[in-house]
Write a protein that binds this ligand. Structure first.
Ligand SMILES: N[C@@H](CCC(=O)N[C@@H](CS)C(=O)NCC(=O)O)C(=O)O
Length: 219
């Protein structure tokens, strides 16, 4: 059985979990937290900087959430692939996976990382920089989502998997403006998707750890 090292509150772990749930793939979950030092040791060895999720399938190791999703498409589950088989369509899917990771999720992570530091070591510029980047990303994504149901190729796939944690955590810490109705409606569609609702529910016990809570309303 496929093993996944990750954490229920981790945005990039969500990408692997959502793909597993969408494709109905059974898996063994290995928790990464201080109570499981043996799992931390494995991931510290397998991933360049100990980042997660990490997939282990027999003697095959796959790191990076997007690569894990593509690996599952090829080797596990019968559902339609999360990255389209047609390489032309796959370009848009990978493009939007990158947009949500780089211009939404990683931006939120920058603010989270700073907020987790002791007060004297926080970055005084990061909040403003992240807000400015997200303002641009949100506006661009609102235009992109106008007239679309899903983020790429009008089919639920890797782009929407990346969008789900990115927009969940971003909207919590840096709420999406009310005027951006196409983006807000898209986020509501994502949250209603059973695989996404499931990861949101599984992460609830850790909500107090989010250092930017108390701004927007989480799903
Ligand atoms: N590009 C990676 C990003 C993974 C990532 O940043 N994971 C976070 C958890 S959400 C992490 O490992 N944080 C701890 C660390 O970087 O040491 C992916 O897509 O899997």
């Amino acid at each position: 059985m496929v093993k996944i090292y990750g954490h229920p509150f981790s945005s990039f772990s969500w990408k692997a979990f959502i793909a597993l749930y969408e494709r109905d793939v059974p898996f063994e979950f290995l928790m990464l937290d201080p109570d499981h030092p043996e799992n931390l040791e494995v991931v510290g060895r397998l991933a360049p900087t100990g980042q997660f999720p990490v997939l282990v399938d027999g003697d095959r190791v796959v790191i990076e959430s997007a690569a894990i999703i593509e690996y599952l498409d090829l080797h596990h589950g019968d559902a339609p692939p999360m990255v389209p088989a047609d390489p032309r369509a796959a370009i848009e899917a990978r493009q939007m996976d990158g947009v949500f990771d780089d211009y939404v999720m990683i931006q939120v992570q920058r603010a989270v990382s700073s907020a987790l530091r002791e007060e004297s070591k926080r970055d005084p510029w990061v909040e403003g920089e992240v807000q400015a980047t997200l303002d641009r990303s949100y506006a661009w994504l609102d235009r992109w989502m106008t007239g679309r149901t899903w983020a790429a190729n009008e089919t639920f796939g890797i782009a929407d998997i990346a969008a789900a944690p990115a927009l969940h955590y971003a909207n919590w810490a840096f709420p999406i403006p009310q005027t951006l109705t196409a983006l807000r409606d898209y986020r509501a569609r994502l949250v209603a998707r059973p695989s996404v609702a499931r990861v949101i529910d599984e992460a609830r016990p850790w909500r107090d750890y989010f250092p930017l809570k108390g701004r927007g309303t989480p799903d």
